[in-house]
Design a protein around this ligand. Structure first.
Ligand SMILES: [Zn+2]
Length: 302
């Protein structure tokens, strides 16, 4: 059974590796919270919608990552549904150029061709832009709570349905994912840690974590997420000895974290994630940069 009820009118589609929640307005019309991973999830989502006679009339998107916003345009075109996103994430999805700018900044490899091939259905005009000061949004007469949780992505949001069920997107990962996490992605670690801690104040009846679980209490999960990121940061910090180039740090981190890097794309992804952690050390003045012997080098601030 792919479709599961959480509480009241709040349901989710069990996609295997992720949960996609939705809110049922009536027997047919639903508001989806995220739209899944482009081609990978599309058929499965379409089957669930068809077999349960459901029609998405709106999508509130937690953030503009391919596994969360990957079918926005597909569903908008097919069902003429409206899309709500935070200001920053809406901007990212606004055009091919903006997506290329954002993803290039992340992975250095995305050409316009790659954007068309992999992220085509993320390019989409957002109908309702959720401002940073806004703590709720109304779609089709239904009011959803919004918690701004920047960090995992620049404008990440969590969404609370009228049943007081919170969808946490990627603001937290489940205990199962924590167990196997080596170097989880974060766009801005200091913001991310603040956002995770802010979730201690959230009092809902149930919590849906995209990757992947349903929780009744997230106190321990928040603590374990914060500890995971802090521990990884501490381990990375310990890798820095003397003055090192980024390539040297990456090489040592791949060995130390036992990460399987068997192709250039994987290397580039590890490179980017690691740079974001190093950026965090520079931001909190624990690491400094200098040019030495013609190389950009990093060292701990004494
Ligand atoms: Zn994400």
């Amino acid at each position: 059974m792919l479709l599961k009820k959480i509480k009241g009118n709040t349901f989710y589609i069990d996609m295997g590796k992720t949960n996609i929640p939705f809110y049922k307005i009536d027997n047919k019309r639903i508001i989806m919270l995220d739209s899944g991973f482009n081609k990978i999830d599309r058929e499965k989502i379409q089957n669930v919608l068809d077999s349960n006679d459901l029609q998405p009339v709106g999508i509130i998107c937690s953030h503009a990552h391919a596994d969360h916003a990957g079918n926005n345009m597909y569903l908008k075109k097919k069902y003429d549904c409206i899309i709500a996103m935070s200001e920053c994430e809406a901007f990212i999805c606004n055009s091919e150029s903006n997506l290329k700018f954002y993803y290039n900044n992340q992975y250095n490899t995305y050409t316009t061709y790659d954007i068309r091939d992999h992220l085509e259905y993320m390019v989409c005009e957002t109908d309702i832009i959720i401002g940073e000061e806004q703590h709720c949004v109304e779609l089709c007469g239904i009011k959803f709570g919004i918690i701004h949780t920047a960090g995992h992505s620049p404008g990440h949001i969590c969404i609370v349905t009228p049943d007081n069920v919170a969808y946490l997107g990627d603001a937290l990962i489940s205990h199962e994912v924590i167990k196997n996490a080596k170097m989880p992605y974060t766009y801005n670690l200091s913001e991310d840690l603040k956002s995770k801690a802010s979730l201690y104040n959230l009092k809902c009846e149930k919590y849906i974590v995209a990757h992947k679980g349903i929780y009744q209490d997230i106190t321990k999960l928040i603590e374990d997420n914060i500890n995971l990121y802090r521990n990884i940061a501490a381990r990375l910090y310990n890798i820095i000895e003397g003055t090192m180039t980024m390539e040297h740090i990456i090489k040592n981190a791949i060995e130390s974290f036992n990460i399987c890097v068997n192709n250039t794309l994987k290397y580039i992804m590890v490179d980017k994630v690691l740079r974001l952690y190093i950026e965090y050390f520079c931001e909190i003045r624990m690491v400094k940069m200098e040019i030495k012997d013609g190389f950009l080098k990093y060292s701990k601030v004494p």
